[in-house]
Design a protein. Structure first.
Length: 89
């Protein structure tokens, strides 16, 4: 099992959303997210899956787009778009 430290995402991102993103790269055994902070630990089953996730996601940014709350529904919908915009150094 491989442990990844994930940082730099908005604190509003849920464990389920982290699982959805990293699940594209392999089996997630567990996610531990710090409350109120943009830090999480993702435990993946195999090292090669974790390596692929790091290769594809490291340096990407999260764009948060939301609909304004409507008084009738009282809810806000959030969409998280992961963009492959890496900085060139």
């Amino acid at each position: 099992m491989k442990k990844l430290r994930v940082t730099g995402f908005p604190p509003i991102v849920s464990k389920d959303e982290i699982i959805r993103v990293f699940g594209n790269y392999g089996t997630i055994k567990e996610v531990k997210k710090a409350f109120g902070a943009g830090i999480a630990y993702v435990y993946m089953t195999y090292d090669y899956q974790a390596s692929k996730a790091v290769k594809e996601l490291n340096g990407t940014k999260i764009l948060l787009i939301n609909f304004p709350s409507f008084k009738s529904s009282g809810g806000t919908f959030y969409f998280f778009l992961y963009t492959p915009s890496r900085t060139m150094e």
